[in-house]
Design a protein around this ligand. Sequence first.
Ligand code: PLP
Length: 460
Amino acid sequence: MRWRAEPVTPHTPGAMDFTLSSYGTASSTPAPVNRMMEAFADDFRPGRDINLGVGYVNESTIPAGLVLEELQRVIADPARHKTPFNYGGPRGSARLIQSISDFITRTGRGGLNRGHLKGRGIIIGASGATSLLEAMAQVIRPGIVITSDPMYYIYCNLLERMGFHVIAIPEDDCGLRTDLLYERIDRLGDRCRDISFFYIVSVSNPTATILSNARRGEIVAAAATLSRAQGRAIPVLFDTAYDDIVHDPACEKPLSALLFDELGIVYESGSLSKILAPALRIGYLIGSPGPLLNAIMQKTADTGFSAPLFSQEIASRILDEHIEQQLDRVNRGYREKARAVKSWIGRELGPWIENCTGGSAAFYFYLTFRDIATDESSLFFKYLTRTTGDPDIDGPAADRHARVLYVPGCHCVHPRGELREQGRRQMRISYGFEEPERIEQALRLMGEAACFCENAGPCA
Ligand SMILES: Cc1ncc(COP(=O)(O)O)c(C=O)c1O
């Protein structure tokens, strides 16, 4: 029988399913936390609603004028900055790589000197540290990833969609508990062979807990022991996105895990997002040259050849000439905000709080309530998003009272981990984006919400 073309009929969207990969299928509905953020952002009323949920940096820390001036200098100096509006290479701009290396050794970031960087490669991601984290997941054989609990939910959610199995190990006030790490590794038995890599956020998002230097060394030692036992290198990816904003002078200066790396298994990702501007999209990875770094570079090329070259050149100039003052300004700003926000948390939520971390680094506080639930179905959440159904609390439908958004702890703890129950009484609040008076107002509303829950009964 001869094949005959079917008459063209108008397509009904959704009538047929596409055959997606398992990653595609898992990604075809937004992650719950994204859904929540989008719903809030859709009808966000600037000046009225308060978003303590987003991990945005403070606008006043972004040196927009400097970016503009340095862009002009980039354009005016084609001998130094070749073809800044053309394609770049997958390793990244040689100038920026040199500037990062100089920045690290000049400021003593992580206790590193030229000797420590000798023999290590530095590469620039296609779009911030995020693209390097994703690249790592693309090139490593899927298996188990070990991280801390609460976890950086954005990356851990991606890992699970990509087919990894995340094991999240509870932290204490020094970061990931290494006693539990050894216990979990023992418990894995033969499944230790399935460990793909360790993902360690050295200043935690969401808890802002600073991983102590001793623990950094212990984690590298644990991975080295496993690597030797299995005769293969198990990478330890340290995400140092917030190591440059440890703003409490009383805290020990974070050391780079590269200092403890005898086997060449440590990879450290850094970002200029928190200290310059997220929109520049500059993230870098430092580690031993070889097939892993090469594969990540190939992934950068596959994603989009390189980060925009003009952005890399601007970042290079700022690192060379202005980064010390910029770091000072950023850290002073967050320090002041952290102090004020901590006092408002105590004043407004003190009676209900069991534990509070943060205030020394990054721009998050992570709160544990004694018996107030914080998830999206809780009265606390409904009070703050004005969805209780009671017009006295919510305000008129056309003009709701001020709304407040935070990240409920249930999205921050591993859904099948030991902290699952605790997560229902926790939340992350960010003091990065909103101005102090708005944060104070938000905390006052949270105090009202807590009273409302208390009157409604235990763990409402
Ligand atoms: C722990 C952590 N890693 C990485 C990133 C993303 O960094 P970048 O903007 O360089 O992609 C963030 C952003 O909030 C973060 O919190």
